[in-house]
Structures are given as C-alpha cells and as structure tokens.
Design a binder for this molecule. Structure first.
Ligand SMILES: *[C@@H]1O[C@H](CO)[C@@H](O)[C@H](O)[C@H]1NC(C)=O
Ligand SMILES: *[C@@H]1O[C@H](CO)[C@@H](O)[C@H](O)[C@H]1NC(C)=O
Ligand SMILES: *[C@@H]1O[C@H](CO)[C@@H](O)[C@H](O)[C@H]1NC(C)=O
Ligand SMILES: *[C@@H]1O[C@H](CO)[C@@H](O)[C@H](O)[C@H]1NC(C)=O
Ligand SMILES: CC(=O)N[C@H]1CO[C@H](CO)[C@@H](O)[C@@H]1O
Length: 642
C-alpha cells in the first residue's frame, strides 16, 4: 500500500512539473517555406582548397598587392629548378606569370596533402616551349617512392605559343594517407571527381556534408570577402567568368590569394544542384580598410549590380543573360534576394554608416526596385545596428549575431516586435562569461553553444513570417589554414577529417522538418524554448524545442497537444543530447568522436491527445506527427509481411 502511494505521489509531482503546451489549429502565420541555409565565402580556405574541388595550390601563380607572386605549394622533382618567369606572350592578360622548369619536373603539395584513391581525375595544363616527347602526370606519395597512378600525355607544345594538354588519370590503388603530391614533367592541373560531375565543380565529400543539412538557402560571396581589403580589390563577379585561363584571381581578405575558380557561375551551379534559394551580395562602395565610394562615383557600382542581376536572372537574349547563355546556362537562375553590401555599419566607422544611410543604400534600393520590383532588397544591417535605424520599406534587414550561448538565449524574442530581416550570419562563437570579442573564439562549435543556437533558431522560426531565412556562417574550415575556428564543417585533404560539428546536427534536424505555417502555442519560455507549426504538404504537425539551463540540471517533462490531433495518433520524437555530458564537448576532426547522440522515439497520443516525453538539460528535439502518407506506408509494409 505504502509503495503504491509513493508511486502515485511521484506521478503527481511529475505531472505538476510538466510543461503543458497546447498548440492551436489556426491563427498562425505562413512561413517563407525556406528557413535554413548558410553563408559561403572563401574564408579558412573553405573555397579554394575546400568545397571548390581543386587539388593544386597556387595553380596559376596569381597575385595581388597583399599576396605577391610566389611558388607556394610547388617543389621541384629531384634536382630540377623552378623559377617564376614573365613569358612572352603570357598565358593570358590576367595570368602573366608562369613557372620555368629546368630538369625533370615539378610537383605540387596541394592544400596540405591530396586524397588519392581509384577514381577518375581529370585535368589540363598549358605549356610553351618546343617539346616533342610526352608528359607524365602522376599522383605519388610524399613519404615513399610509391606512385599510385600515372598517365602519359603526348606533347603538342610549340615554341612561341601556349598549348593546352588535357588528361585523365586513374590511380589503381588508394594511397594509405593524404600525404601525397601531384607531379608532372611540366606544368599540371588535375581535378578530382566533382559533386554531380560539374566541370570545375565542388569537392564531393564536403558538398555532400552540406547537402545533408537539407539547406534551402545560400548567401554568397560574403561576408567580408565581398567588401575586399580596399575599394579596388572587392569581389568583382565579372572577373570570375569564363575559362580559368582568363581569371586573374583575387586578393582575398582572409590571408591568402584566391583563384576565382569558385566564381559566380560555380556558386549558381552549386545553388542549382542543391536546390538553394540565392541571396547574392553586391558591392556597395565600402571596403574593409574604410574606403568609401563618393556619391558622384556610385553610378558605375549600381550599373554593375544591375548587370549582375541580369547575368543571374535575365532572359538569354538580354545583354548579360546572353553572356550567361554563352557560358552554358541559357535558362535564367531564380533570384529573389539581393543584399546591398555587407555590415555597412561596421568597417567604415561613422562615415561608412552615414554614407550608407544617406546615399549608398537608397541609390541601390531605388534602382533595383525600379528595374526588378519582384526582388527583395536586403540591407546589410539590422534595425538595431549602428545605433538603430528604420529600414526603408520594402527593403528588409540582415542581422549577424555571433554570440555567447547565454546571449543567444537572451535574444530568443529578438524578432517578436521587429520588421522583416534575414539572419544572414549566426553562430555561437564565444564561451559565456562576457569575454566577448576580446576573448578567444571557441576552438570548435561546442554543445552548449549549439543548444544556444537552437534556442535562437526557434526564436527566428517563431517569427518565420518576418524572418524568411537563417544562415550559418562560416560554413567550412580547412584544419591546415584557418582564421575563424567556429564552423559547421571541418576538413583537410584527407576526407576522413571531414567532420560535422555539433551545430551541424541541430541545423540538420531543424531543417529536416520545414513548416509552412507556424501555429500559436502556450507561451511560457525558459528553460524550455519551442515553436509549433504544420507542414501543409505532408499534414504533419511539428514541434521544435530546446532546453537550456533547467533548475538543478533536472530533466524537463512535456505534454504537447496539437488541436485536431486525437488520442491514439502517432508521432516521432527525435532527441539530440550530449553523450559526453561536458557542455564544452565538441566533435573532434582528429579523433572522429561525435558527441551528439540522436535518438528517435515513437510516441502515441494519450487519451487527451497529448504526446508526453521529457528532455534532459541542454538538449534539442523535434516532435513530428506521422502523416497519413507515412501511415499508408506502414500499412503497406504490414500487408507485405503477411
Ligand atoms: C607529411 O609528412 C611530412 C614528413 O613526415 C610531415 O612533415 C607532414 O606534416 C606530413 N603532412 C601531412 C599533410 O600529413
Ligand atoms: C612533403 O614532404 C616535404 C619534405 O618532407 C615536407 O616539407 C612537406 O611539408 C610535405 N608535404 C605535405 C603536404 O605534407
Ligand atoms: C547557464 O548555465 C551555465 C553553466 O552553469 C552558466 O555559465 C550560464 O551563465 C547559465 N546561463 C543562464 C542564462 O542561466
Ligand atoms: C503572427 O504574426 C503576428 C504579426 O506579426 C504576431 O503578432 C503573431 O504572434 C504571430 N503568430 C504566431 C503564431 O507566430
Ligand atoms: C593554422 C593556421 O594556419 N593558422 C593561421 C590562421 O590565420 C592566422 C592569420 O589570419 C595566422 O596567424 C595563423 O597562423
């Protein structure tokens, strides 16, 4: 008797503590239907040497004021000597340098190694000089004498001009590690297989890890990269078009010369291959050194942005649309968002900001609204930036919270009473404790930061009628050269190093369950944060939640009831928890340890139609009711088994 009473008492305590959440069937808001994406710019070698599938580092001896021409990445084979030269004629107007090889050949170390396995590598190199023999291109070990694959290429080279030599290389064995080089008796350029087989395309394993996030948005080309180090070195899309031979490269802003191999067409192909809505940034007359374009010199920049929009989305018979068609894509790419600059309240101090408000932004807004009324113009600043401003309609804002997890949680209601914005960059970057930007970035995304992000994402999704998209930034980090530690993916030349961060798992889960409408729900937030809605395509009711700092670290019980979902209905709860227990635990590319535990728990609605479950301290979950299609599938399977 006594033990029974205790049991009942315990049940009562539990249900008194449980959070009863009622979700109405009406009264919510339509969402944009696309919510999660990422910002890509070439930071931390995440473009060149990252998702851009190029094996060769410094392939065309490109240079700029900040990054002088060099033989970085190259070494002679045996006793050969390598010298940079300025040949006559040059390979192209934009690639004046070449390497002169005396001896047997040269080799390239790639982006700190090369992944070699039995698969097709295609490439080409340009040669000048009378030569009757053959070239041998090979992928070989940097540690032993092993050659994993090689191919002979008949020389077509002549004395007075440049000739292209194309080849395919198929190693018969995989190298035991990525400490390999590419060697050739002359000047090489091999390309590994690419994502969806695009020529000059993306590195497969990195692209697949990003596609696995179910993204629906990409913002490019930055970020600071768009702005450039000075007003003469911004990311000029016109320099990124056409054959690689005619791309001069770019003085990147993250500490290295960039090839411009990942150009505007490559970004658009990427968007097409992953079915991503594009937010393209156009240069707005502010560079990172504070250079500001005066009002009377703005028109060329505005014309340039209009050309860029036409290049992306204009018909094939328009001036720039025909250039796109010439480059192999006659159909316009869809384009609904254009962003004017990047963080214009920041780099140029008060003058940068004032000029943005006074003429830079208004001039772009007027010109784009007039020419393209269906395009949403995004300002590069949020309503709260630069001391606060009223973003002129119909433009929307862009908010970039790089925060401590506590602050992401505090900002849960950031958009409850504000106008429309994208969240163009967001990540937990610093540990709690007010060190802020003077302190160090966390070395990797860590569990508590990730849960902080989840709370913010839920806040944005509750306001999805006004926040049409959220972008993780930055998206990938080469472990051999990086400037910014926090990222959604880490990688190196060896694909075994490609690591999904703790944040990857939360973003993947939330993006896996898109909602077409939010629904009003009981609003009692902290330590539980949540959003509810429905996916009209599948009929599934969805609840996304995160738990941050419960009392004494106790588990938190929930009863979630969706109006119109009855007793006996079934749902799946996917619960993400931290295996390691330590809130600072992270996914380590060097050990491959993944601390995120994902569990899917089938639930049945009780007699009140409520789904009951509990979530531990620092956890993230999605509850989704099974849809009729799903039920049909289950039925079919049962019938089949009989
Ligand atoms: C390759 O091996 C060399 C010599 O042992 C070493 O210095 C280098 O760090 C290794 N590189 C990679 C990418 O493992
Ligand atoms: C290849 O080996 C050389 C000589 O040991 C070393 O300096 C270089 O760092 C190695 N390359 C890579 C990619 O590790
Ligand atoms: C949450 O708990 C952590 C760890 O105890 C603490 O550092 C942080 O300040 C707490 N935050 C809030 C908002 O309670
Ligand atoms: C729908 O939008 C209105 C206006 O922005 C807002 O007041 C209301 O809370 C939103 N409802 C939900 C369920 O998010
Ligand atoms: C590992 C590595 O290459 N780190 C470099 C990152 O970039 C900064 C400068 O931006 C260098 O100081 C680091 O050495």
């Amino acid at each position: 008797m006594k033990s029974l009473q205790l049991a009942i008492a315990a049940t009562q305590v539990l249900s008194a503590l449980a959070l009863d959440i009622d979700v109405s069937s009406e009264g919510g808001n339509a969402t944009s239907g696309h919510q999660y994406g990422f910002l890509h710019e070439d930071i931390n070698n995440s473009g060149d040497g990252g998702i851009y599938a190029e094996l060769i580092r410094n392939r065309a001896f490109q240079y700029s004021d900040a990054f002088p021409v060099s033989l970085d990445g190259w070494r002679p084979v045996d006793d050969s000597t390598l010298d940079l030269t300025l040949p006559e004629p040059p390979l192209s107007d934009v690639l004046p340098y070449a390497v002169q090889v005396k001896g047997v050949g040269l080799q390239n170390e790639g982006f700190w190694g090369m992944d070699v396995r039995p698969q097709k590598y295609t490439g080409s190199f340009w040669v000048k000089g009378a030569y009757d023999g053959t070239f041998t291109a090979s992928l070989r070990s940097n540690l032993t004498e092993d050659v994993f694959g090689s191919v002979e290429i008949e020389s077509k080279s002549v004395d007075d001009d440049w000739t292209e030599h194309e080849f395919e290389l198929y190693p018969d064995t995989a190298a035991p590690n990525s400490n390999n080089t590419f060697a050739i008796t002359f000047d090489p350029e091999p390309v590994p297989p690419t994502y969806k087989n695009r020529k000059n395309g993306l590195r497969i394993d990195i692209a697949e890890a990003l596609a696995g996030l179910h993204p629906s948005l990409i913002r490019f080309p930055g970020g600071n990269m768009l702005e450039g180090l000075s007003s003469s070195t911004w990311w000029d899309w016109k320099d990124t078009l056409g054959p690689l031979r005619y791309r001069p490269g770019f003085q990147g802003v993250w500490g290295y010369q960039q090839t411009h191999g990942l150009g505007i067409v490559e970004y658009l192909d990427w968007a097409e291959d992953m079915n991503l809505e594009v937010v393209v940034g156009v240069f707005a007359g502010l560079a990172l050194n504070g250079d500001i374009t005066p009002r009377e010199e703005m028109q060329p920049l505005i014309d340039d942005a209009l050309d860029q929009i036409e290049f992306i989305s204009g018909p094939a018979d328009s001036k720039w649309g025909s250039r796109r068609a010439e480059l192999g894509h006659p159909d316009p790419f869809p384009l609904h968002y254009v962003e004017i600059g990047n963080e214009d309240w920041l780099a140029g101090g008060s003058e940068g900001w004032i000029t943005y408000l006074e003429y830079r932004f208004p001039m772009f807004l007027a010109a784009i609204n007039e020419a393209y009324p269906d395009i949403t113009v995004v300002s590069s600043c949020a309503s709260t930036d630069g001391g606060g401003w009223d973003i002129p309609a119909p433009a929307i804002g862009d908010y970039h919270p790089y925060r401590e997890p506590d602050v992401l949680v505090e900002e849960f209601d950031r958009f409850d009473n504000d106008g429309p914005h994208i969240v163009g960059e967001v990540a937990a970057t610093h540990p709690n404790g007010g060190i802020g930007w003077d302190g160090n970035l966390m070395p990797f995304p860590w569990w508590m930061g990730t849960v902080g992000e989840a709370v913010s994402l839920i806040g944005y999704e509750r306001n999805a009628d006004r926040v049409p998209g959220t972008f993780y930034a930055p998206v990938a980090r080469n472990m051999n050269r990086w400037q910014w530690a926090v990222t959604i993916l880490q990688f190196a030349a060896d694909p075994a190093m490609t690591t999904r961060s703790t944040s990857w798992y939360v973003w993947e889960l939330f993006a896996r369950y898109p909602m077409s409408r939010t629904l009003p729900a009981t609003a009692e937030f902290g330590p539980a944060y949540y959003v509810a809605g429905v996916n009209d395509d599948t009929g599934s009711h969805i609840w996304k939640g995160a738990v941050y700092n419960t009392t004494d670290g106790a588990d938190l019980p929930f009863n979630v009831h969706f109006e119109g979902v009855d007793a006996g209905a079934t749902a799946q709860l996917t619960l993400l928890t931290n295996e390691a227990g330590d809130p600072y635990a992270y996914n380590d590319p060097y050990t491959g340890v993944n601390i995120v535990h994902s569990e899917t728990i089938p639930l049945v609605a009780d007699e009140n139609g409520a789904f009951s479950f509990s979530m531990p301290q620092l956890s993230v979950a999605v509850l989704a009711t099974d849809t009729s299609a799903e039920e049909r599938k289950v039925k079919k399977r049962t019938v089949g088994r009989r």
